[in-house]
Design a protein around this ligand. Structure first.
Ligand code: DNO
Length: 346
């Protein structure tokens, strides 16, 4: 496995110089953030990103994400052009040596929480999700804007988009996903980029929008839509793990050869469809992080790993979930577990 760390580019207060000092982290997970969703990423821009990371003594390992245009998810308008652009971006990424791309197929909203800085008992704060609060929010008023969301919509644009989704069922979304995979995975195979879909977070429908990458049965269905090693998964323990029916260790054993990217973080389930983000360590939350790492080691996992959202600790402020300190502690903890499991196995 290769331990990586997410970096949001030049504006990220967590600099490459700081990331480089986390023991055992050698790879960077990043993206180009200022190209509108659906447009081609020019090779020069990708090389610029790669060079900047390499100059800091690190390596650009995974692209998270190349976002999927809503026309592709709704099967509408200009989807063929956006799919062709997506393929062109993959060709350019491959020319720059990239071999793994993460993306998601969540309608409109990426990961969603009800509070971005909920105070925890130890004086830190974390992202939490409370279903009742979320259902009372109106996504049109801009009450909540999350770091993962595309903020380029006008209020009218968002309204029209949500309106369009009213006629899109889960089955339609599956069909549109298949249409996308049939075209994109063929190119991914040619240019040898492992595509790794990120599960929906949380893994259930929100704001009346369908979500399908949510559980074992659907992951299986997804992998069968295009049966190729290049059509794979980002297995995010925190996203899937908030549904107690999802057994992450079982998912790792079931899909090991199709997991290309592992997001490992803990969450604490606090009620029905309610959870807090917790420190990575097993006893801090509801997931068996030791068991998860052991499952990867038992499966000889050789893909990319990254710690995921952290709490804000030691007075740090910054991008919710993406400060330096708690994620760095997570990386070091995970590296410790990997080292122990690997040595005990050898
Ligand atoms: C949250 C992330 C997601 C993820 C995208 C992948 O922190 O795990 O925003 O990057 O869903 O497309």
């Amino acid at each position: 496995m290769k331990m990586t760390f997410r970096w949001y580019g030049k504006d990220d207060p967590v600099t490459l110089e700081k990331i480089r000092q986390i023991p055992g982290v050698t790879g960077i997970v990043s993206a180009i953030y200022d190209i509108p969703v659906g447009e081609v990423w020019p090779l020069e821009r990708i090389l610029e990103l790669k060079n900047e990371i390499e100059e800091a003594g690190l390596e650009l390992s995974v692209i998270e994400s190349v976002p999927v245009h809503e026309d592709i998810k709704t099967g509408d308008g200009d989807r063929d052009r956006y799919i062709e652009n997506y393929c062109e971006t993959l060709r350019n990424l491959s020319k720059a040596g990239i071999d793994c791309v993460c993306y998601n197929f969540m309608p409109v909203f990426d990961w969603t929480r009800s509070d971005l800085a909920h105070p925890l008992g130890d004086g830190s704060n974390a992202l939490i999700y409370d279903e009742k609060t979320v259902l009372n929010m109106n996504p049109l008023t801009g009450e909540l804007s999350l770091p993962g969301w595309d903020s380029s919509y006008t209020k009218e644009g968002m309204k029209a988009l949500l309106e369009k989704y009213k006629s899109i069922s889960e089955e339609d979304l599956w069909n549109n996903l298949k249409y996308f995979l049939d075209r994109v995975i063929k190119v991914a195979e040619e240019v040898k980029i492992k595509m790794a879909i990120h599960p929906d977070d949380p893994p259930w429908n929100i704001f009346g929008l369908p979500r399908i990458i949510t559980n074992k049965q659907n992951l299986e269905k997804f992998l069968k839509l295009y049966d190729s090693p290049y059509n794979g998964l980002t297995l995010c323990s925190g996203s899937l793990g908030v549904d107690p029916k999802n057994d992450i260790i079982d998912l790792i054993h079931s899909f090991a050869d199709r997991i290309h990217f592992a997001h490992i973080r803990n969450i604490k389930i606090t009620g029905e469809r309610c959870f807090e983000e917790a420190a990575h360590k097993t006893e801090c939350g509801s997931l068996d992080i030791f068991g998860i790492v052991k499952a990867y080691v038992d499966e000889d996992f050789d893909g990319y790993v990254r710690p995921d959202h952290g709490r804000m600790i030691w007075g740090e402020t910054g991008k919710p979930g993406y400060g330096l300190y708690d994620r760095a502690l997570g990386a070091v903890y995970l590296n410790g577990l990997f080292e122990a499991c690997e040595k005990l196995k050898a």
